[in-house]
Design a protein around this ligand. Sequence first.
Ligand SMILES: Nc1ncnc2c1ncn2[C@@H]1O[C@H](COP(=O)(O)OP(=O)(O)O)[C@@H](O)[C@H]1O
Ligand SMILES: [Mg+2]
Length: 255
Amino acid sequence: MHLLEVRGLTKHFGGVKALEEVDFRVEENSIVSVIGPNGAGKTTLFNCLTGLTRPTKGRIHLEGADITGSSPHRAVRLGIARTFQNIRLFREMTVLENVLVSQHLRIRSGLFGVLFRNRNFLRDEKEAVERGLEYLALVGLEGAADVTSFNLPYGDQRRLEIARALAAEPTLLLLDEPTAGMNPHETSEIMEIIWKLQKLGKTIVLIEHDMRLVMGISESIIVLNHGVKIAEGPPEAIRKDSLVIEAYLGKGTLA
Ligand SMILES: Nc1ncnc2c1ncn2[C@@H]1O[C@H](COP(=O)(O)OP(=O)(O)O)[C@@H](O)[C@H]1O
Ligand SMILES: [Mg+2]
């Protein structure tokens, strides 16, 4: 079954065609990568999917329902969570608090519970902490729950971003360059985390530059260039695709 279907997605910023008639589908529980040179429209695609940017044209369907133009808050409630290319954490909060903030979007007791700290609130809060620790364990940060976020090493901050997105309990997880700035060892660890998340039933779309990771993990790869989808398919096909090779010429070869 298709979890996500994007049809004719177009986003223009004035004269800049960030996305132009982009079509693709993402199968439930799959791992899909979006690749392409800088400025290709990859982040804009994520921004459209998460309601941060309203598309100029085109439709986005999640589980068959048209969600085009949803607010960011609604996108989260519908089950789409993301990480950002540039890390966005609450730097002064602890690692666990960062995860809890994200989870509060889903806590049942709601505003009244928060205001009056009633029994439901306390029960929910305890559950939230337990679940928060589970999300941290998934990304290997269980030992760092009480560390102030700005004291985390860079690679751990990127992992915390993933834990924070998980706390929103998404079905569709969008990762924008999750291994940016990481060494090969840290990159392999991210790969393991992504596989673990797939086993837990998540569907994952990632924007990635590390070709070893892309070729090793993706069931399908979408290639954007100047806002246009120039290729889509399994790693073996993308590696040989002449349009893709051309788009990357002079920008490093495809591994
Ligand atoms: N908010 C914006 N306002 C104007 N232009 C933008 C905005 N966001 C992105 N763009 C432009 O759209 C194009 C695609 O950008 P982006 O989606 O960030 O590419 P990528 O993530 O593939 O590097 C670029 O030319 C970029 O300058
Ligand atoms: Mg980007």
